[in-house]
Write a protein that binds this ligand. Sequence first.
Ligand SMILES: O=C(O)CCC(=O)C(=O)O
Length: 269
Amino acid sequence: MLVVNNQSQLKRDYEEQGYVVIRDYFSAPEISSLKQVILKFHELWKYDNKTFYQQEAFNSSLITGSQYLGCDDRVKLFNFISSKKMMAIVDSVIPVNPAFMNTQLFFDPFNAQQENFWHRDCQYDHDVEVQQKVIHETQVLHLRVPLFDELGMELVPGTHKRWDNEEEFDVRQEENGRLSSESLSTGKKIKLAAGDLLVFSADMIHRGLYGFDRLALDILVFDPTGDFVDYVDDDCLPDIAMLDKIDDPRLFVNSIDLKSKAKSFDALL
Ligand SMILES: O=C(O)CCC(=O)C(=O)O
């Protein structure tokens, strides 16, 4: 196991490149216990979302919510998300009041012909002009935990802080006859094994690499100075009874506080 004893180096690497990969960070028992909960969610989710799954899906979300998992499994998941190992990384990148946003589970599309695609997460919320601005502001952090060995992700290092070059823009936005599944000369493939942790900025240019029947849990965390509280779903947060069973609940308490501030503010309007 790699001990994260140099948190300022980790932060420096993340700030420079937009990502950090920590090999062999989680033990086999940690991954196996997480896998039990995630597979339960995944089977129930696939059954319930059969058409979507078979036609186009490549991920699900809201894993910590109450729709598919019972209290004990949710507490297990909350404890994994806010475990000492995870918080050591989160705290080094977001040192003040990091807040939990959501979880996503990435799998291979049912249709093996379905292609992956380059994107920045912010492009689904903002037009190009606003994207150019928000990449210089606070960004959401993805913590990817692969449950099986997988081909991993392809990232364009540094693009959490810089705008696309012409090739990147045309491919990502599908301009000038280019497709978002085409390769990029600036892309860097990061192969991942079960037990590794990949931390990357949601707004850097990236794409998932399909194959090996992957299953990867992404935990999304944000800096409270950014305007992301609306993305937090109440049902995905622990209730009071669950908070008592979480060893270090501050990631969730910070989201609960931000949500309640936002609600009080809305009530004033
Ligand atoms: O793994 C994938 O298919 C895409 C991952 C992704 O886009 C993300 O984590 O934001």
